[in-house]
Write a new protein. Structure first.
Length: 235
């Protein structure tokens, strides 16, 4: 299934180097080679908070398709069990037509949230202790309302994004809203995309946020095509 011309780094997973170690060593490099799936049924029910997470390889039929045509593993993020290799990460939940938040601090170097395909993520200002509030908001209802009024798809997406921005400003009390990762940062006109959003703590209380953009699997194509990894916020 996997081509012989892949770079040596891509083969490390089959030579004893586990995904968790590679991700912790260089998370951005890891994300540029393997899709991380966060939108699972387990993720929907996971409460906000700090977890020991692991990365489980998907079936090879649902692997990552890279730009050069080669293939690599795709991984599902899930809570670690027992003595499985793991890393600490915060989890920000998702709610359809709602908003969910989690406070992040120095207890972990990573924060994840549910797959984003139209939602927005807000990052708050640092508190006196260095903690930050992260909020995932979904206002699909705003796009639905616009559609009923005859709006174009682009206008519907804009209506949803604007509603989500308003929700984030209310939650974070506008001046405290330091960054918004919205559809404009990760969606692409005319292409069905999904985004895995990851926050990485760089130094003390400074967090950088990245979106891993990919074309999700479908009935016609089981592989997930990895497009890029974009840094969308740098503290």
């Amino acid at each position: 299934m996997f081509g012989a011309k892949k770079r040596r780094y891509l083969n490390q997973l089959g030579q004893g180097a586990d995904a968790v170690t590679l991700f912790q060593t260089d998370p951005v490099r890891f994300m540029k080679s393997q899709v991380i799936i966060v939108g699972t049924s387990q993720a929907v029910n996971r409460a906000k908070g700090l977890y020991n997470m692991t990365l489980e390889a998907e079936d090879v039929a649902q692997c990552t398709l890279l730009e050069d045509g080669s293939e690599n593993y795709a991984f599902t993020l899930r809570e670690a069990l027992g003595t499985e290799p793991s890393f600490s990460a915060f989890w920000c939940p998702y709610q359809q037509d709602g908003r969910k938040s989690v406070m992040i601090d120095r207890q972990a170097d990573f924060v994840f949230t549910f797959t984003m395909d139209g939602c927005s993520l807000g990052l708050g200002s640092r508190t006196a202790t260095g903690a930050r509030l992260v909020t995932h908001v979904n206002c699909a209802w705003a796009g639905d309302q616009a559609k009923k009024k005859g709006a174009t798809n682009a206008q519907c997406r804009l209506a949803q994004a604007q509603a989500q921005l308003g929700q984030l400003q209310m939650k974070h009390h506008a001046p405290g809203l330091r960054a918004v990762i919205g559809p404009a940062q990760y969606m692409q006109e005319g292409v069905t995309l999904a985004a895995t959003t990851v926050g990485i703590r760089k130094t003390k209380d400074n967090w950088n946020f990245y979106v891993q953009r990919y074309i999700p699997s479908s009935m016609m194509e089981m592989r997930r095509k990895l497009l890029d990894v974009v840094e969308v916020y740098k503290a």
